[in-house]
Design a binder for this molecule. Structure first.
Ligand SMILES: [Fe+2]
Length: 277
């Protein structure tokens, strides 16, 4: 039996009541309680690639023999606002890491494949009556700034990054299109998971949540499950014979309880694959 658990947006450096070591303990308990064979983390582990990679390697050791894989999120690329940015270098680290799904499709048995990528937002959805494309590109609105603008630098527009990453996702898919495919991204790939507008903050910030470079293609592909994070809501629906899931752990201040174990139980999505499927 293959049982694959998915969770995203751990944000271990924003935890108030738990240390990263306790997050590892609780994730191991949760994976064992759910009899997982695999655990997949959908990005936003921390605000620093060194912390993220250390955490992933420690978690792998503690989880063994349960297999661990991950994709990074935008936070996992952050550097100090004053640092000279090495975003593509960090990207290279994530692409070549042996536990990264951005590397190549993960084949499970003869019939299942998981493909994963951070993806990138492309300003497809925001309140266009309130804001101009120029205001969105700057990422600053009154006193609020979209922190990616200060913390990382792709040296190209968000739209260009989204297109490059969408092409990489399609290329990964083409390698495994004869299998049942699960796609994991960090950014949101459907307008159904943006924050409903009008909204005081997300009329602006929805621009940095989702991309529309993938949805038409996804609807017509043999992908059975689309799993994503980034937006810190927990929701799922069935559409076009596909399951769409967003299941972030999110910031501790957003939790409904004060218990990490309960929040993990509520946000972990478990996919059951019978090898006879
Ligand atoms: Fe994120």
């Amino acid at each position: 039996m293959t049982r694959i658990g998915f969770i995203s947006d751990l944000h271990i450096d924003y935890l108030r009541s738990y240390r990263p070591a306790e997050m590892i303990e609780e994730l191991v308990h949760s994976a064992q309680d759910n009899a997982l064979s695999h655990l997949i983390i959908g990005g936003d582990i921390s605000n620093s690639y060194t912390m993220t990679l250390t955490f992933i390697e420690q978690l792998q050791q503690s989880l063994s023999p349960i297999k661990l894989y991950f994709i990074p999120g935008n936070h996992d690329y952050w550097q100090d606002p004053n640092a000279s940015k090495e975003t593509w270098k960090i990207h290279q680290l994530y692409q070549t890491h042996p536990l990264s799904l951005m590397n190549e499709p993960l084949l499970i048995g003869d019939r299942l494949a998981i493909i994963g990528h951070m993806g990138w937002y492309n300003h497809a959805y925001y309140n266009q009556e309130k804001f101009s494309p120029e205001q969105i590109e700057i990422g600053r609105y009154k006193i609020a700034t979209w922190q990616d603008k200060k913390r990382l630098d792709w040296q190209m527009t968000d739209e260009e990054v989204s297109q490059i990453f969408a092409a990489e996702i399609k290329e990964q898919f083409n390698q495994v299109s004869e299998r049942q495919v699960i796609l994991v991204t960090h950014v949101v790939t459907t307008k159904d998971f943006i924050i409903p507008m009008p909204h005081r903050a997300f009329d602006f910030f929805n621009a940095f949540i989702a991309t529309d470079d993938l949805e038409p293609w996804m609807n017509n592909s043999s992908i059975s499950h689309h799993i994503m994070g980034h937006v810190h809501i927990r929701h799922q629906f069935h559409k076009n014979h596909q399951q769409w899931i967003t299941n972030s752990l999110g910031y501790e201040k957003e939790w409904r309880t004060n218990q990490l174990s309960q929040e993990l139980a509520q946000s972990l999505y478990v996919f059951n694959f019978e090898s006879s499927n």
